[in-house]
Design a protein around this ligand. Structure first.
Ligand code: HGY
Ligand code: MN
Ligand code: MN
Length: 420
């Protein structure tokens, strides 16, 4: 006769969690085994509908706020207490994987299902959250709706963000019917925990199962428009050209050099580029491109930004073109809550899981929620550290281990904050 499940030896149902991951991965599945489920598309609506139905089937009340954030709530003994929350995001990159964001939401659902199965009553309500537009791929910046919840952005700022086709966030949100009545933010969370794949190579290289995330690095995004002159590819002498795409090539090299100059921790990326008129026999007169700079230290990112400006001025002068740079996102480095970090660390140790402290190179909703609630994250490895790639892969064993650490960190925090 197995010992009755008490909170410390309670474990999630690994098979049920893995089935949920594979079931939802069919929504937006790509031929290469990934997911293309951009935020506020009909595919996002379908996975949202799946999540809402599953949470209701688990006995939760579901609230949707004015930014489309979904809050599934399992009642506790005292429902006036600020909830202990878990969550992440169900939107993906265009060539996303099955695990980025998804495991944080579905492991939260699995924790609720496990608490139901074991009949455990927590002191505070427990919530699982799906944050809208974490990726920032369709609507920049990233972590937009968790940012509104944390008071970083206004709802109107979010509503007016446009995708590259000129569709606004508000139009897309209304288009899938997920603009809720509840205000976004302005309510307390007792704590927030986010389970996520590391999306980098460290845990796998060190054979660690759990990353105890101490914080998130600084990140800045920019939009750059280079303006030269359209001209005929056959008749315009090289010396008379004002080729915006040639200048863009220099910008891409400069961003790379900037990151290498601040090695080993800096990263710099040009991820999106549009040449206009994008015709094979026209010298491009205009280029739009994006720049992503990151480093664990705010001061270094600021220095990189300054050096970027100097490089752009030199490139524009040399090429005889205009350059207009707009910083459209500035997310400072974020330290997580020591007590929540310790809860994650204790949960990993109690389950005998090899773990290490780690800083997140990727942005996460937890980075903004840390401004309004005690917050920490749990990482698990992914194969080769590969993410934002259809080949992204994690093992059922590691995902289950992360979900068990999430379960125990939530139970311990409920007991620590509210007694139970
Ligand atoms: O950009 C990021 O780090 C996250 O994936 N949104
Ligand atoms: Mn993510
Ligand atoms: Mn991502």
């Amino acid at each position: 006769m197995a010992a009755p499940a008490t909170p410390s030896n309670l474990r999630i149902d690994a098979g049920r969690l893995w089935s949920s991951i594979l079931e939802t991965a069919r929504i937006g599945a790509t031929a290469k085994g990934g997911i293309n489920r951009l935020t506020l598309t009909d595919l996002d609506r379908q996975v949202r509908d799946w999540f809402v139905a599953a949470c209701r089937a688990a006995g939760c009340t579901v609230t949707i706020d004015a930014l489309g954030n979904i809050f599934a709530r399992r009642p506790g003994r005292d429902n006036a207490l600020p909830p202990i929350a878990m969550g992440s995001h169900l939107d993906t990159q265009p060539t996303g994987g099955k695990f980025d964001g998804v495991i944080g939401v579905l492991a939260g659902l699995e924790v609720l299902r496990t608490l139901n199965d074991s009949g455990i009553e927590t002191q505070a309500p427990i919530e699982v959250i799906n944050w809208t537009n974490e990726e920032g791929s369709r609507f920049a910046p990233a972590m937009l709706a968790s940012g509104v919840f944390a008071g970083v952005f206004t709802p109107d700022y979010a509503y007016t963000r446009q995708d590259r086709d000129g569709v606004s966030f508000a139009e897309a949100l209304d288009g899938i019917g997920y603009r809720g009545e509840a205000p976004c933010g302005g309510r307390k969370l007792g704590a927030f925990f986010e389970l996520h794949i590391e999306q980098g190579p460290i845990l796998e290289a060190e054979a660690k199962t759990i990353g105890v995330v101490s914080g998130v690095q600084a990140m800045r995004w920019y939009e750059l428009t280079l303006t030269g002159a359209d001209s005929h590819a056959g008749t315009t002498p090289m010396r008379l050209r004002r080729d915006a795409l040639l200048a863009a090539a220099s910008v891409i090299q400069a961003v790379n050099a900037l990151a290498l100059a601040h090695a080993p921790d800096a990263v710099g990326t040009v991820g999106l580029i549009e040449a206009r008129p994008n015709s094979r026999n026209v010298v491009p007169g205009e280029v739009f491109l994006t720049i992503d700079l990151r480093h664990p230290d705010d001061a270094v990112v600021a220095a990189m930004e300054h050096q970027l400006g100097i490089a752009l001025d030199a490139i524009a002068a040399e090429a005889g073109i205009g350059a207009s740079l707009d910083r459209n996102w500035d997310s400072p480095a974020v330290p997580f809550d020591p007590d929540c970090i310790a809860a994650v660390e204790r949960a990993a140790a109690a389950q005998g899981l090899p773990a290490r402290r780690i800083t997140s190179g990727a942005g996460h909703d937890a980075a903004y929620i840390a401004r309004v609630a005690p917050t920490a994250m749990i990482f698990v490895p992914c194969d080769g550290g590969v993410s934002h790639n259809e080949l992204e892969n994690a093992s059922a064993e590691h995902v289950a281990a992360g979900a068990n650490v999430l379960l125990q960190a939530v139970l311990e925090t409920d007991a620590r904050l509210y007694g139970s």
